[in-house]
Each structure stands twice: as structure tokens, then as C-alpha cells.
Design a protein around this ligand. Structure first.
Ligand code: FPP
Length: 236
């Protein structure tokens, strides 16, 4: 049996679900759940990456989330700006590199500016990557990658026989290792158009805990569950 360090996942992804229900259960506005979720993410992100896990991807806002009320979308966008410009300074101090995945349109200019500045400020950091999926869709990512591939092929920059799993990955929003462990909080048993390509062989852990309550202890329990799994990657 390998020691725990050898088996530490390289890439963990979290579908941070249940913010709204966390708030409603307490008689608060849904926005309070998002605020509490953002505090959980800040602490948990540092905790996970400090363990030596290389990449943490989180689903912050899906392309479909634009269907929510204007009030909720506006609240979330303003919260993102607040987090990226002020609260996430701790991540910078910890040496964490922040990157974003997703489509830029139709995000507001002030949101894009906060994202760009966060990326720029942390681009030389080496103590783990926090990949924030914002205005993100897994099918959209594959469509966008296909368009870039077609463009490179048309311009003679790509030879189709050289296309394989590794080179395809370079056309995705971010060239990241495959996801080893996917966690979804709040009891829903769905993938919801999250990182479809990267998730091909990931182990999945679903928990009933709402995201704002998903703290260090809950993450360690998910990691324990992951260590129990026998990963065969299609072999036997
Ligand atoms: C899903 O819960 C959560 C979201 C759509 C937003 C996730 C955002 C955060 C955790 C805020 C902080 C993020 C960053 C990157 C600063 P839901 O609203 O769908 O919950 P429900 O299913 O209970 O309604």
C-alpha cells in the first residue's frame, strides 16, 4: 500500500451547492447563503491547497445561472468583485495562483476587471492553483475548444494526427490535470454540466451537507472516502 502522500489527489473539484437552502432553512435571504459560502470557500481553499493538492476547481457560477432573478445574479456578481478585490488577499499571501475558467461574455466589465487583476496578481504563485469556474459550462468548454481546434487546423497550425488527450487538453479553458476527486454538496446527485472532459475517471463523493457548512472536517471525510476507492481506470 502506498503512503497517503503518494495517493493524495492532484486535482479536486467541488460543486458548491446548497447555499440557497442553507439560508432558507435559517429564515434568511438566499444571498446570505452565498455570503456564507464565500467565507467557507476562502478558508477551505487554503486548507485544501496547503495539504499539497495541486489544483482545486470550484463551480462558482454556471452559464445557466444567468436564468436566476436579476437580484440574485447582481448579488453574486458584486460578491465576486468584493471577494476578488478584498477578501482573497489571504490567498495571495499563501502563494496560491488563481485562474478562471468560463466564457467572458456576458459578464460585466467590472467583474472581468476584478478577475483579470486577481489572475495578474497571483500569476507567479506556486503553492497550488485555485481554478474558479465562473460563467462556466462543460459543454460550452468543449464547443469552444472545438472552435479553437478548427481555427488552428484552418491556419495550418495543427496537424490532426497529433491530436490526443494531452494536446486536446491544451484547447480547454485551462490545461489542468484530470480531476481525481469530485465533491458535490447538498444531496443532489448530478454533474450539472461541470468539467465534463476533466472528470472522465474522477471518483465522486456526494454529501448532504450544504456548502456553507462544508468545512475542513467534512473535506477530510470526503478524502477518507476517496482513499477507500479502488481506482482501476478501465483496467481490472
Ligand atoms: C449553488 O447554491 C451555489 C452557487 C450558484 C454560487 C456559488 C457561489 C459561492 C460559494 C460564493 C462564493 C464564490 C466565489 C468564487 C467568491 P444554490 O444557490 O444553487 O443553492 P440551492 O440549490 O440551495 O438553491
Amino acid at each position: 500500500m502506498n503512503n497517503v502522500e503518494d495517493r493524495l489527489p492532484k486535482h479536486v473539484a467541488i460543486i458548491m451547492d446548497g447555499n440557497g437552502r442553507w439560508a432558507q432553512k435559517r429564515g434568511y435571504q438566499r444571498s446570505m447563503g452565498h455570503l456564507e459560502g464565500s467565507k467557507t470557500l476562502e478558508k477551505l481553499g487554503i486548507y485544501i491547497l496547503k495539504k499539497g493538492i495541486d489544483v482545486l476547481s470550484v463551480f462558482a457560477f454556471s452559464t445557466e445561472n444567468f436564468k436566476r432573478s436579476k437580484e440574485e445574479v447582481d448579488y453574486l456578481m458584486n460578491l465576486f468583485i468584493e471577494m476578488f478585490t478584498k477578501k482573497f488577499k489571504k490567498l495571495q499571501k499563501e502563494g496560491i495562483k488563481v485562474v478562471f475558467s468560463g466564457r467572458r461574455k456576458p459578464l460585466r466589465d467590472d467583474v472581468l476587471k476584478a478577475m483579470d487583476e486577481m489572475e495578474e496578481k497571483t500569476k507567479n504563485n506556486t503553492k497550488g492553483i485555485l481554478n474558479i469556474c465562473l460563467n462556466y459550462g462543460g459543454q460550452e468548454e468543449l464547443i469552444d475548444a472545438s472552435c479553437k481546434i478548427a481555427e488552428d487546423y484552418k491556419n495550418g497550425k495543427l496537424d490532426l494526427v497529433s491530436l490526443n488527450k494531452e494536446s486536446f487538453s491544451k484547447y480547454l479553458y485551462r490545461d489542468l490535470p484530470p480531476i481525481d476527486l469530485l465533491i458535490r454538496t447538498s444531496g443532489e446527485l448530478r454533474i450539472s454540466n461541470f468539467m465534463l472532459y476533466q472528470m472522465a475517471y474522477s471518483e465522486m463523493v456526494f454529501t448532504d451537507v450544504y456548502f456553507p457548512d462544508f468545512k475542513e472536517k467534512e473535506f477530510d471525510a470526503a478524502l477518507e472516502e476517496y482513499y477507500k476507492r479502488n481506482r482501476r481506470f478501465g483496467g481490472n
